[in-house]
Structure formats: C-alpha cells, structure tokens
Design a protein around this ligand. Structure first.
Ligand SMILES: Cc1cc2nc3c(=O)[nH]c(=O)nc-3n(C[C@H](O)[C@H](O)[C@H](O)COP(=O)(O)OP(=O)(O)OC[C@H]3O[C@@H](n4cnc5c(N)ncnc54)[C@H](O)[C@@H]3O)c2cc1C
Length: 466
C-alpha cells in the first residue's frame, strides 16, 4: 500500500509488520484518548511517566500518525516569534513561561528520541527566519524588541557568511536561533506509538470514536464496540469541528502543501543546505524548507485550500493541487538548480482565530477534555499540549493547568458561506500583495489591508506589544 504523505509512507514501509490490537470486549480504562497523533501519544506517555499504574488507552480511526503528525513539514518551531500576541492572549507571566517552555521543548524532544532509540532524523540545528524580498525586511523587529525587553531573545542577526546557510540568494537577511530544527515527523509519531505501547498504553488502531454518554464513568461507542473510561480526551485536531459541533466556528481548516525532491546530496552541498535547520521566510503564508539526512529538499507552503464547513475533505489525502505554486516557490529560492521531484502531498491545519492552540473541558464536564487549534505550529506545541492535558487529567500542576490556554473563551470565525468565501478573498489578496512584493512593486492598498486582517496566521508577530 502506498500512502500519499511521503514521510508516513517511508515510516510505515520501514516498520516490521505487527498484528493490530483489537478493542477487547468490556474494555475499561482510566483515560481514553481519541487520536493517535503527537497530542494523543505525548499525553499518554506523559501520564504514564507520572503515574505508571494508570490505565491509558488510545483509539485511532486509522493508523497512528495518519493525521497531521505524520504529514507535516517537520520544522520544529517555538513560540518566541509570537511573544507580543501571546502576552495579549495569556498575560505576561504565562507568555514568558510558555515561550521558555517552547524553547526547552525542542531539546527535550531531541533527548527523548535519543533515550528511546526513535530514529527520526531529529536535527536540532536551529531555525532561520528570513526576509525573502525587500518588503519583509524588518518584519521580525517588533517581536525581537519584545523578547529583548524581557531578556528572552535567543535570535541573532546573521552575518553574510551565516546567511549563506539558508541556501538561497533570495534571502536578503535572516535571524537565527539555536532553539529549532527538523525531524521526519512520521518516524517520530510511529516511534512514540512504540514507546507508549512499551509503557503499557493500549493503542487500538482502526478504532473510530462515534459518541459518548454518561458522566462518571463515561461510555464510549466505537466502530469496534464499546468501552468505559473515567476520563476522555479529544486529541483529534482537524476532526474536532466534525465530532463536536460547538467548535465549528473556532477554527478554519486550511491546507498546507508540501513538495519533496529525490535525493540530491550534491545540490544540497552546493547550496550549503546539508544541515537540519528549518528555514522560514516572513510572509503571511510562509515558504518554509528544510533538507533531510538522505539528501532531499522539502518545501512547504500554507494557506491554500479552505475546506467548506470545516470538514476533513478527501482532497487533504491526495497529491497537492498546488504543485504549480510549490514549483514556483522552489524556483523562487533555488533558481538554476535541477530539482527532480519525488512527491507532493497536503494536509489540514486547524487555524484558530488567535493562532494559538486551545485546551479545555468539553461542555464544562470535569472529565472530558479537548485540544485543538495548533494553527500549523504543532510539533513542539503538541509536546507542550500534552503537558497541559496530563496536568488536567492528574490535577497536579497548576502552572500548566492555568497557563492561559485552558478554558479560554474562543473567538469565532463567521458562519458559512461567509467564512470560506471570506477566506478565499483574503487569501487571494495576500497572494497578490506578496507577488507584487516579490517583484519589488507596490501592492494595492486594499490587498495590504486584507493582509493585516490575517495577522494571526503568520508565524511572526509584526505588531508591537502596544
Ligand atoms: C501539511 C501540514 C504541515 C505542517 N507543518 C508543520 C511544521 O512544519 N511544523 C509544525 O510545528 N507544525 C506543522 N504542522 C502542524 C502539526 O502537524 C499539527 O499541529 C500536529 O501534528 C497536531 O497533532 P495532533 O496529534 O493534535 O493531530 P493529528 O496528528 O492530526 O492527530 C489527530 C488524530 O485523530 C484521529 N481521529 C480523528 N477522528 C477520530 C475518531 N473519530 N476516532 C479516532 N481517531 C480519530 C486522526 O486519524 C488523527 O490521527 C503542519 C500541519 C500540516 C497539516
């Protein structure tokens, strides 16, 4: 069987065949987690680390990692470039705590993969934020000023020599932080599945949640039968609005589209891209790229297909419909280089109105929890999300339980059809603006105004704290 996302396909092909665990009849568990992606698996591992006797079960509708976790860009990013908006959202103390934790998490994830023998090409070689046209120069300044103000600035302005490491003459300028890197995400998520099982977590694949009822205990119905649990966690990411309609306006499901080359180690050598840094430019719908240890170059671009009604559309599991756009981004950065393409794929990102994830108690139920809204920044952030969720389950860590991302009132997007129509109008305005800027032309005022409306979609805060 071939799976469309290149990473997931490679990871599954390298795994030894193992029998599926079916849901035992009359299954009773302390914690049932719906969703076998990073959030679900890190949460299960976290609970087991703190409380080894707790019975934890993960139910996953397909194979663990078939969602966003096994198909993303593998760029490990922190929240440091979003400090001003994080302060506005959760307050100063919480924001400083979360930014520091996001920087630490990069190194903790790397240490965990080494300790547990998860071979996922985890390279903590840092992260570059670049200006890939003149209009992007200085866009990081507000975020950096804010980081300076609170003595949290890990970013350094690159010298001409360091700028070469971004692999493209198109990058006019860059900042570098050592807190970042890249991974092969599907190998990480499949490795987490193995570790969770070794710790005693029951991982039931091909087991789809249908509904639940009851208070204490909670009865869960799946396609494989029923189970009973004391705590239920929705770690379903893009599927949250489908399963729980109260989230139908809390996110916008939008594709991120990826392209990867065949192995081209000599080209990477020439480009000075033979390292594991993540490289991201500063436009709203960023271009980001990274190399792999086996000599491939991957480029991703967000903000393409918006799914009407926030349904997880079949298009999210097909080759990218934006191959032309991806090719033109590759040509923009690596003009004149032969880049044979191996594959394109795509996947749904759940963008929240703030650009930050949210966690909470579903309908104020003390034992039914949810996570969502990672907004395309989820590798490092789902590791933090797991700390939040496990603290909520075990009720043992006020700092995480009250970090400001829990039980917050959620800003709502407009209803359909206004939401999708509006999203395309704004997306097209951003594209026109960015094309004009790539050509050193003055973008239209209306396009600039519409671009500002989507500020939370960017990976970098361009607004100041005031
Ligand atoms: C194409 C793409 C590129 C991205 N690039 C990056 C990047 O470079 N860097 C970064 O930091 N972040 C990136 N992200 C975001 C990141 O991948 C996600 O935020 C993160 O993987 C979310 O993990 P998760 O476990 O919450 O969700 P998922 O991995 O989506 O897991 C949710 C799981 O729930 C399962 N599920 C759904 N419904 C049910 C049900 N009824 N019953 C049982 N199981 C169910 C799904 O099958 C899925 O496996 C990207 C996302 C996409 C889509």
């Amino acid at each position: 069987m071939t799976y469309q996302p290149f990473w997931f396909d490679s990871a599954i092909n390298e795994e030894a065949a193992a029998p599926f665990h079916l849901l035992p009849q009359g299954h009773h568990t302390d914690v049932c987690i719906i969703g076998g992606g990073f959030t679900g698996l890190w949460t299960a591992i976290n609970i087991k680390q703190q409380h080894p006797t707790k019975k934890v079960t993960i139910i996953e509708q397909g194979l663990c990692g078939q969602g966003a976790s096994g198909r993303n860009g593998g760029a490990m990013l922190t929240w440091s470039t979003k400090l001003p908006s994080l302060i506005k959202l959760v307050g100063l103390d919480n924001a400083l705590f979360l930014v520091k934790q996001s920087e630490l998490a990069v190194h903790e994830i790397s240490a965990f993969t080494k300790e547990q023998g998860i071979d996922c090409d985890c390279r903590i070689d840092g992260c570059f934020y670049t200006a890939s046209n003149r209009a992007q120069l200085g866009l990081l300044d507000n975020a950096l000023d804010c980081l300076d103000q609170f003595k949290l600035n890990s970013w350094q302005k690159c010298t001409a020599e360091q700028l070469l490491q971004t692999g493209s003459k198109q990058n006019l300028h860059a900042h570098f932080s050592a807190h970042g890197g890249s991974i092969q995400p599907a190998k990480l998520v499949r490795g987490l599945k193995r570790v969770a099982q070794q710790m005693g977590v029951d991982v039931i694949e091909h087991c789809r949640y249908k509904q639940h009822h009851g208070h204490e205990p909670i009865n869960v119905t799946t396609n494989q039968g029923a189970l009973v649990c004391n705590t239920l966690i929705f770690a379903v990411n893009a599927w949250l609005p489908t399963l729980q309609s109260q989230f139908s306006r809390s996110v916008v499901l939008v594709s991120s589209d990826m392209i990867i080359t065949k192995p081209i180690p000599d080209v990477l050598e020439q480009l000075k891209l033979n390292h594991g840094s993540a490289i991201i430019d500063s436009r709203t719908f960023v271009n980001y790229y990274r190399s792999t240890s086996d000599g491939r170059l991957m480029l991703g671009k967000g903000g393409n297909f918006f799914s009407y009604g926030n349904k997880v559309h079949p298009k999210f599991d097909q080759p990218s419909h934006y191959k032309k756009l991806l090719n033109s981004s590759l040509a923009h950065f690596f003009k004149g280089h032969e880049l044979p393409i191996e594959r394109t794929w795509t996947g749904p990102s759940d963008r929240s109105a703030t650009g930050f994830p949210f966690f909470g108690h579903l309908n104020a139920h003390p034992h039914v929890l949810y996570a969502g809204g990672y907004s395309g920044n989820g590798i490092v952030q789902s590791y933090l999300g797991a700390k939040i969720l496990s603290a909520m389950v075990l009720n043992n860590n006020p700092q995480w339980q009250h970090c400001g991302l829990v039980n917050q009132p959620l800003k709502q997007f407009p209803i359909e059809p206004i939401r999708t129509a509006g999203a395309y109008i704004v997306r097209n305005a951003i594209r026109r603006k960015e094309l004009a800027e790539d050509l050193n032309l003055q973008p239209h005022k209306i396009d600039c105004y519409l671009d500002k409306l989507s500020g939370s979609a960017a990976k970098v805060d361009t607004q100041s704290l005031r």
